[in-house]
Ligand binder design. Structure first.
Ligand code: ASP
Ligand code: MG
Length: 487
């Protein structure tokens, strides 16, 4: 059996000393079961945002405010390290944390890191230009700090943990801000930098999100990139499983805040998870786990605040499910644009002209529906809409209307089943439907409603399609026992 497991912990799973100690216990639990973890961690919660705002502030020339941000981050990391040392060490009885040699040593390397960061920010305040390369360098401190601090905490908790600098393993190209990983090089580096530790029975711990070019210049994989790191490492070392530890119980049949009857989905296909993520379910971005899917490595989404829960398993192939849908997602704050032109009748190239306008404004489009003389599109409500409408009005009559919501029902079993659409639309017959789409991916059926009707529509649909849930796919046990399958 393959005992290698990549365990990724997101920002909320390492947000403070208590969370980090919980994380240590979860990892220790896997080791006790005979598994061999490789741990990937995010920066502590909110740190990435704060580093980016420090960078932007410095680039505007406001050195003092930028350094004030990093000063608060320095205090937060130092305090967390102090608490971790007190909690984990036998000589906590020394009382005076400042005198504890372990704390002194940790604070010393942290100070050195923060001094380096402040140096960059001072330079940036003088130069006044924030390049993507400098931005990556600044933002990388979040994961550099968290991973090293967490390695020390793990060691104090009795784990045989060793820090690995992710930048020495995750080789990327030089597209700063969203660098592309180089699979073959990564595989080689992991053999060099991680495999020997595993052979010695150690638990390697590395930061997610960060990497470097072949020349050693720091890069990042894009926001939320730690999941991507976990998949790259899992793929590179041929892990038996990848665990994404977050703060929800996995993928649910609906948002539990909207629909109290929502059930945990125990198993879902990669494609289904991808559709849900696209339509606003924020659990993880499935594109990032592609390296794992390609190698057929199962990915689990788990809750570090409820570690007993078995989460959601994402697999390449969907298992058979007796109900047509796995989950209902709703995306609010959308705007519908209706573009009407009789010129479209019997002409070609018209859609291209329309989409060129959206392209020019870098505005993604969610849903499209066309008739002979009109096109309706849905887009995220944003401040660019008046400018987009102005450009479109050169081509056609344009109307737009905000406060819309997209309801997206996902499931492999809607392929080729008769009568599903009738059941869906019968259920929401009291709701005014604005746009409908089915077939684009064969596993989703979506439609647009007024934002105020969205929650009610989700609840009605959930009652209709999940009243007799398949126990192989959904966590029905929690319902029977009346306990929290819920967030
Ligand atoms: N810390 C990075 C971010 O907030 C990467 C991650 O957490 O996945 O985007
Ligand atoms: Mg994340």
């Amino acid at each position: 059996m393959n005992r290698l497991v990549v365990m990724k912990f997101g920002g909320t799973s390492v947000e403070d000393a208590a969370a980090i100690l919980r994380t240590a216990q979860i990892v220790a639990g896997r080791v006790a079961k005979g598994l061999q973890p490789v741990v990937v961690v995010s920066a502590m919660a909110k740190v990435t945002d704060l580093l980016l705002s420090a960078a932007a502030t410095a680039a505007k020339g406001d050195r003092a405010s930028a350094l004030a941000i990093t000063e608060r981050l320095r205090i937060r990391h130092r305090d967390t390290a102090t608490q971790l040392t007190a909690a984990g060490s036998r000589d906590a009885a020394l009382g005076n944390d400042g005198a504890n040699p372990a704390v002194v040593a940790t604070h010393a390397w942290m100070d050195a890191e923060f001094d380096g960061l402040d140096e960059v920010l001072r330079g940036l305040a003088v130069v006044g230009e924030l390049t993507p390369r400098i931005s990556d360098m600044i933002v990388s401190y979040g994961e550099r700090l968290s991973s090293r601090m967490i390695t020390e905490a793990f060691a104090r908790c009795g784990l045989n943990a060793v820090h690995v600098d992710a930048r020495q393993c995750i080789v990327t190209d030089a597209q700063y801000g969203k660098a592309i990983p180089q699979d073959a090089a990564i595989e080689r580096r992991l053999k060099e930098k991680v495999a020997p530790h595993l052979a010695e029975g150690r638990v390697p711990v590395m930061g997610g999100f960060i990497g470097s070019t072949e020349q050693g210049v720091t890069t990042t994989l894009g926001r939320g990139g730690s999941d991507f790191t976990a998949a790259l490492v899992g793929g590179g070392i041929d892990a038996g499983a990848i665990e994404i530890w977050t703060d929800v119980n996995g993928i649910m049949t609906a948002d539990p805040r909207v629909c109290p009857d929502a059930l945990r989905v125990k198993i879902i296909s990669f494609e289904e998870a991808a559709e849900l993520a696209y339509f606003g379910a924020k659990v993880l971005h499935p594109a990032t786990i592609l390296p794992a899917v390609k190698k057929n490595i199962p990915v689990f989404v788990l809750n570090s605040k409820n570690a007993e829960n078995s989460g959601t398993r994402i697999t390449a192939m969907a298992p058979h499910c007796s109900s047509p849908f796995k989950s209902i997602a709703a995306k609010k704050r959308l705007t519908i644009m209706d573009i009407v032109a009789s010129r479209m009748l019997l002409s070609h190239g018209y859609l291209r002209e329309i989409f060129e306008v959206f392209d020019k404004h870098r505005c993604p489009v969610d849903m499209v529906s066309t008739s002979e003389v009109s096109v309706s599109l849905s887009v995220d409500s944003n401040e660019k809409l008046p400018a987009i409408a102005a450009d479109l009005s050169k081509l056609a009559d344009v109307k737009y209307e905000g406060r819309k919501a997209l309801i997206c029902m996902v499931g492999e079993n809607i392929r080729g089943q008769n009568g599903i659409a009738a059941r869906v639309f019968q259920t929401v017959r009291h709701v005014n439907l604005r746009m409908i789409s089915q077939g684009a991916s064969e596993i989703n059926m979506s439609f647009m409603v007024e934002e105020d009707d969205a929650d009610e529509a989700v609840r009605s649909l959930h009652a209709e399609f999940f009243s007799d849930p398949d126990p192989a796919i959904f966590d029905v046990e929690a319902v029977r026992l009346g306990i929290g399958s819920r967030e």
